[in-house]
Design a binder for this molecule. Sequence first.
Ligand code: LMR
Length: 401
Amino acid sequence: IWSTVPAGPPDPILGITEAFKADKDPRKINLGVGAYRDGHGKPYVLSCVKKAEQIMENEVEDKEYLPITGLPEFIKHATLLAYGSRCIPLNEGRIAATQTISGTGALRIGAAFMARHYPHPKVIYLPNPTWGNHIPIFRDSGFEVRKYSYIDPTTNLLNFEALKTDLRSAPEHSVVLLHACAHNPTGVDPTLEQWGDISTICQERRLFPFFDMAYQGFASGSTTRDAFPPRYFAEQGHQVALCQSFAKNMGLYGERVGTFSLVTSDPEEKARVESQLKIIIRPMYSNPPSHGAHIVNTILKRDDLYSQWEGEVKAMADRIITMREDLYNILTKDLKTPGEWGHIKSQIGMFSFTGLKKEHTVALAEKAHVYMTADGRISMAGLNPSNIAYFAESVNSAVRG
Ligand code: LMR
């Protein structure tokens, strides 16, 4: 039956992990997938998560089904974290929200909802480049995917003039995907002032802002600072859509916990929107898994765990910033590697868009057992004091050819 099914290519990000696992060299480094590693290169379970699970053993968890849109208390705390306590639509009870299977699930449910109910052509503008999975998520949901300029490949900095030009020429009512913070893959975010300009353009052109916030707290170490863009847009009266993930900021990668939310006009409209979210979710996976939502809820609702979590997110963000400085120093001062490397320090969040070309990434994998995505993105969290010198030397050799 399946003899004509063609073999598909490996996933550009998760496929790297498969190649890494197959490599037997002890010096190997995986900088492909964006998953935090501690200073010894090990996966890291946050202490606040361990404590929450202990509390849950006694307090919370049965293994019953959650409602179709998830754990109500989790949604309340999660949307408060995203939008902030001063958010008028939140306080007026007009943000429709559902628990989702992490950020990808949020994007997919959001895209499915928009495809079914957005009363305009289904055209979405994604930044160029963007997280690779954005493209099939929206395409498979029935959107026409277009791109807007984002980074200048010669400098690895934001090309804001080109970005503005592209958004200004997008047809009215197009959807625009915006990375709330720690843009993936580039690590380059607009400044606060530039966010103001983007908001104005969206208003003038009636563009629909669809935020992907996968790294709240992870970029700057402050959950408030990182949530500025969607909060600001909501304050300016945009009816934003927002995808939220707890994979990175709580280290809950495999728990698959997130939210999708939409600002609506009033509580009655919110109820109608939520009823349609249920109609999309029920035949897809019925209802979301409960364990991760209970963990997040336990952390967010308790002052002691919440402040412990804030400290732990900041520590993760700070470790990454230290790695950026160390890598910059080794490349420029110790090895005098040809090229301009300042962007390694100025970029923010989990990733650095190194500027390495595909041929460099191939050489690094084959000769040095160092794995990264073909666009030259590295997960900074994969670097630590034991492997950073080897990584920098490998980059130096690859660049020098
Ligand atoms: C990444 O970009 O590496 C992460 O968001 C993980 C993923 O699912 O691709």
